[in-house]
Each structure stands twice: as structure tokens, then as C-alpha cells.
Design a protein. Structure first.
Length: 166
């Protein structure tokens, strides 16, 4: 592979705008590449970490395998407790939506579990939310509506089969 060219630090704001534009155009691979270029120059850039995390979760829709370790590593790099909780919820919610679209045995139960996990993260984020930003509440409500609309329920524990003793 050719050696990658290094982005100039003063080009980071424009690069972030381009990454967001590619996300909006449903081109998460391009957004991911731009974020990696930014993080190569500025490894702690919080906007680029969040944008990369969102670009990776956008790829759930396209059927790409995105590992939990990738998303967890990015979440751990977020400085704000609010953002760690909020974006953990976003990751779980997006995984749940992917499961709902799979239509395979057990996916509805997995989707329910992931949506409840997302709701738990949003509940943790809510008291840490900046004033005037009720994003965690909006996301929690979305998850609750998805559960209701799809009539999702938790997996029931199976009763053990008991055999009569002779």
C-alpha cells in the first residue's frame, strides 16, 4: 500500500464538514476515511471520534461487520461522561434496528434486549445532559416506540422439563 498523505491541521474543520456531508449522503466509508485522516493528525479530536463512531454505525445498514471492540474503543476515547453514555445508547439502538431488519430466528428478542440496553444508556445520559439538550429523552422515546410498534417482548425463560420419578 502507498504511504498515506498527512492532512494539515488547519484543514480539520473543513474535513469534518466533508465527513458529515458524506454521512448525510449515505457514504459512511468516505466519512470513516476522512475521520481516520483527522485522527491521525489530532488523535483526541472529539468531533472526529464521534463522527467516526457514527460512520461505523451507519455501516450497520449496509451489512458491514463492525466489531464491538471498534465501537467500544472509540467510546472509551470520549472525554465527556454524557457523550460516552449517549453514544453507547446510539450504538445499541442502531444494532437493534439492524437486528429487526434481519428477520431471522431470535433477532426480535435480540432487538428487544439491545433497545432496552440503549434505553438504559439514555437514562444514564439524561442527568448529565447539557441544558437545553434533551437528546437522550428523544432517543429513549424512540426506542420505546420501536418496542411498542414492533410488539417486541423479552425472551421468556424456558421451564425445565421435569420427568416423573418412578
Amino acid at each position: 500500500m502507498s504511504e498515506l498523505k498527512r492532512l494539515h491541521k488547519d484543514a480539520i474543520p473543513a474535513a469534518l464538514e466533508k465527513a458529515e456531508r458524506y454521512r448525510l449522503l449515505n457514504e459512511p466509508g468516505e466519512a470513516e476515511s476522512i475521520c481516520l485522516d483527522i485522527l491521525h493528525v489530532d488523535p483526541e479530536n472529539q468531533q472526529a471520534i464521534i463522527m467516526l463512531l457514527l460512520a461505523l454505525t451507519d455501516r450497520f445498514e449496509k451489512g458491514y461487520g463492525v466489531s464491538d471492540s471498534q465501537t467500544k474503543e472509540l467510546l472509551a476515547r470520549l472525554r465527556s461522561q454524557y457523550e460516552r453514555a449517549y453514544y453507547s445508547g446510539i450504538v445499541a439502538e442502531r444494532r437493534a434496528k439492524m437486528k429487526l431488519r434481519q428477520h431471522t430466528p431470535g433477532c426480535r428478542f435480540q432487538a428487544y434486549d439491545l433497545l432496552r440496553e440503549a434505553m438504559s444508556w439514555f437514562e444514564r445520559a439524561e442527568p448529565l445532559c447539557p441544558p437545553g439538550h434533551d437528546d437522550a429523552i428523544l432517543r429513549w422515546n424512540t426506542c420505546a416506540r420501536i418496542i411498542e410498534r414492533n410488539k417486541l417482548v423479552p425472551r421468556q425463560e424456558e421451564e425445565p422439563i421435569e420427568f416423573p420419578l418412578e
